[in-house]
Design a protein around this ligand. Structure first.
Ligand SMILES: [Zn+2]
Length: 341
């Protein structure tokens, strides 16, 4: 269920709504895109006190520290299936989307465990549930507070391929869970600057997990979110950390604080902290998972639910001081300064 807790979608309502007006697409595709836009907008507008989210999550039972994946297939329907297609340790199911979700949630789990010593999204081995071919998320993927929901790209639409196979998308969504469990008070409120930070932290860790899997350093990485699900006719990705505002034809992400959009979509203003992360990782050099990832991860626990960009800057600098030395502090400070924060 999306309600009563908020969902964090990978594709923003504004992007879906812009594509729903695109002359390239037939009426059926445009209607599906509009339906998805409304679902994402509804979720975004649904302000629920973060403590309810924490309570909701606390009711799910931890499994004492092992990777525990469960994948369901909704076959295009909105109802939650009761029988899994594949569980932890099962051989390949032959269901391509389910096997992709199994692999990408596993790769995300492994990154958090191997590099940050975190056991699943809650830190206590929460089972990683996914539902593929979800009718609730056409042309989208989202974390609903308890599990990953993967929709399918509408045929002849702006998206292609498998959302479940896109590791940056999956790591992005699971990081929304990590954020909810790590920021004191139950997460970052999904509007204004704290909402943009919520989105940004998911993009940052999505990039780190993907770059680690591909063994790409900060120079060779593409710094794109979702390049594999974007129909190249309409753009190269959903978002670009290196070059916000230029990932697709109507991309409106700002890269600097002076261009902050008042009342804008959280996926729009996330361009500013995203670019700060890209610059920090580039200044630090090497691989994003060596220093930038651990710094941003540690900073999460220093934020508050209504954190501003200035507070995020202070949190990442404090995290850097705790983990590294002066040269790293300079690298992170310069990155935020460059985006005007
Ligand atoms: Zn998100």
């Amino acid at each position: 269920m999306c309600s009563p807790i908020r969902c964090c979608h990978i594709v923003s309502s504004s992007m879906l709504s812009k594509f729903s007006q695109h002359p390239d697409f037939d009426a059926k595709t445009r209607a599906a895109l509009m339906q998805s836009a409304i679902a994402a907008a509804f979720a975004r507008g649904e302000r629920v006190a973060s403590r309810f989210m924490a309570m909701e999550l606390a009711r799910t039972t931890p499994n004492n520290g092992k990777k525990d994946r469960i994948v369901y297939d909704a076959a295009g329907k909105s109802r939650q299936p009761s029988t899994p297609v594949r569980k932890e340790g099962d051989p390949k199911s032959g269901n391509a989307a389910a096997d992709a979700a199994y692999d990408s949630t596993g790769a995300t789990y492994d990154y958090y465990m191997d590099f940050l010593k975190r056991n699943s999204v809650d830190g206590h081995g929460l089972a990683l549930k996914s539902t593929v071919h979800s009718g609730k998320a056409p042309d989208n993927a989202f974390w609903d507070g308890k599990q990953m929901m993967f929709g399918d790209a509408t045929a002849t639409g702006p998206f292609v391929g498998s959302f479940a196979a896109a590791l940056d998308v999956v790591a992005h969504e699971l990081t929304h869970g990590v954020t909810q469990y790590t920021v004191p008070g139950g997460g970052l409120e999904y509007e204004d600057e704290s909402g943009a930070l919520n989105e940004s932290w998911s993009d940052c860790m999505g990039c780190v997990v993907k770059q680690n899997a591909l063994k790409q350093d900060v120079k060779t990485a593409d710094w794109l979110i979702g390049p594999t699900i974007m129909n190249p006719k309409y753009g190269k990705a959903l978002r670009s950390m290196k070059d916000p505002g230029h990932a697709w034809e109507q991309d409106d992400q700002p890269a600097v604080y002076s261009k902050y959009v008042q009342g804008g979509d959280v996926h729009t203003n996330s361009g500013i902290p995203n670019h700060a992360f890209y610059l920090a990782a580039s200044n630090l050099g090497g691989n994003s998972w060596d220093k930038a990832g651990p710094i941003w991860y540690k900073a999460l626990s220093l934020l508050t639910s209504r954190a501003t960009f200035a507070e995020a800057k202070a949190a990442t600098i404090a995290a850097t001081k705790a983990l590294y030395s002066d040269s790293e502090v300079e690298a992170v400070t310069a990155a935020w300064k460059a985006v005007g924060v």
